[in-house]
Design a protein around this ligand. Structure first.
Ligand SMILES: Nc1ncnc2c1ncn2[C@@H]1O[C@H](COP(=O)(O)OP(=O)(O)OP(=O)(O)O)[C@@H](O)[C@H]1O
Ligand SMILES: [Mg+2]
Length: 430
């Protein structure tokens, strides 16, 4: 582990403006799943009192991890580590617990979350990292989640790194569907989000959506998600990825159960990610997901090439105008040069209305590719984008929704029928 001390922090940064701890907005339920106990640790008394108060009655508070250890052996315990615990010595101790004390689950609270700190903490076996300002509900939710894991199937023997608790698809890895286009703004993200939601509603296996538009991805916005973690966190954990981490790093789309790994919040983080890392991530995810949809940017760079090469199916999105068709033709020759088999390509004609001037048949002839989907131009699309509620969920009767549902059917063997009530939705974690 890197010898880096992250523990220095300003009390104000941490959200403690007053000397006196702020009163919690609502008394949280102190009962954790599985009868787990709760403890907070921080060298600063004001910080540990504040954290303990946020968590409710009966929370043990200790100044050091060594003192806390004396409480072990009395059943599952969730430990909330204050910012002063972000030291190499304390991380080493947490790392030891993750090997020897499967009944202990640690959460780190920090004043400032950096990629490096997140990596160090997760590598040490910390189950979740929360950054200031601390939201009481977030903290309570996190302790509940970690407590559940302590005796649940995922953590029955501790986080061993083998993803216990997830159903692995033995000998039947998930299908990777990349949504690509050589023209920006052609409708890739609209296609990727709608396809992923349609698959998640109907598939009996987990469906994962990865935002491969690392610089300016907008999958999270289109699904109205507020993710805690992004692709950057996931790729930095590839060598240690396990089921617990997957749950912690992906954001679940409540309505469909879709698991989403969004793009980095800062475009500069994108530069740190290589094609090999993305490929390794996708290879890991396909071991438990039935389908992995990847939204790509309209460029051929190293990351995009690796993802295209690793994809089972490539959906090429094209608008029905001359610049779009010209670009798709160029893109098709590039894909041919890369030896991508034509059978993998599926043309999605977007805004394929009778109102536009180009004839669909002519376009298919020019591209020597039959369209897999004709998505009409409809105002329901920008409305759904602005609401963060995909058309397949918000305007189910529209031609656009029907086109995306039909597209999804192509990739579902023996798919269950579309259920308007989304009762087929399944939770795969937690
Ligand atoms: N079928 C459609 N009908 C009406 N509007 C559409 C349709 N498809 C896409 N749009 C509009 O076009 C905009 C761009 O779509 P989208 O973001 O999916 O493109 P993109 O290819 O992902 O763009 P980028 O290259 O920037 O990633 C959307 O915000 C949406 O409002
Ligand atoms: Mg996009």
């Amino acid at each position: 582990m890197e010898e880096h001390d992250f523990s220095s922090f300003a009390l104000d940064d941490f959200g403690l403006e007053n000397e006196q701890p702020a009163a919690p907005s609502a008394a949280p339920d102190p009962k954790l799943p599985n009868g787990a106990g709760l403890a907070v640790v921080d060298t600063d008394r004001a910080v540990r009192d504040y954290l303990a108060q946020q968590l409710g009655e009966g929370v043990a508070a200790e100044a050091s991890l060594a003192e806390l250890e004396q409480r072990f052996g009395m059943g599952p315990i969730v430990v909330v580590l204050g910012p002063s615990c972000a030291t190499p010595a304390d991380f080493a101790m947490v790392e030891r617990w993750s090997r020897t004390n499967p009944e202990v689950g640690a959460i780190l609270v920090t004043s400032e979350l950096t990629t490096e700190l997140l990596q160090t903490a997760l590598r040490a076996g910390v189950k979740d990292v929360l950054s200031a300002p601390i939201d009481q509900m977030q903290l309570v939710d996190a302790t509940g989640r970690v407590a559940e894991g302590l005796s649940g199937p995922i953590m029955a023997t501790g986080s061993t790194g083998d993803g216990e608790g997830l159903e692995y698809l033995d000998g039947d890895p998930g299908k990777v569907l990349s949504v690509f286009s050589t023209k920006g703004g052609s409708g890739k993200s609209v296609t990727a989000t709608n396809l992923a939601c349609a698959l998640a509603k109907r598939s009996d296996k987990p469906v994962v959506l990865i935002d491969g538009h690392l610089q300016f991805g907008d999958v999270a916005v289109m699904l109205k998600l507020q993710p805690q973690h992004t692709v950057v966190d996931a790729v930095s954990q590839i060598d240690k990825l396990d089921a617990v981490m997957v749950r912690d790093l992906m954001t679940e789309h409540e309505e469909t159960g879709l698991l989403v790994l969004p793009a980095p919040l800062e475009p500069t983080f994108a530069d740190q990610i290589t094609g090999d890392q993305m490929k390794a991530l996708v290879d890991f995810v396909r071991s438990f997901a039935g389908h992995i949809v990847i939204d790509l940017p309209a460029i051929f760079n190293e990351v995009v090439l690796s993802l295209i090469e690793t994809s089972d199916e490539i959906l090429l999105v094209a608008g029905l105008d001359i610049p779009n068709i010209k670009n798709v033709k160029i893109g098709l020759s590039t894909l041919a040069l890369l030896n991508i088999p034509k059978e993998k390509l599926h043309l999605v004609l977007n805004r394929a209305d009778s109102r536009v001037k180009l004839d669909v048949g002519e376009v298919e002839k020019t591209l020597q590719l039959k369209a897999a989907a004709h998505v009409p131009s409809d105002v329901v699309v920008p409305i759904s984008v602005n609401k963060g509620h995909p058309v397949v969920l918000s305007a189910t009767k529209s031609g656009v929704a029907r086109a995306f549902e039909q597209l999804a059917s192509r990739f579902l063997d023996g798919a269950v029928e579309v259920n308007e009530q989304s009762s087929s939705r399944r939770r795969f974690f937690g």
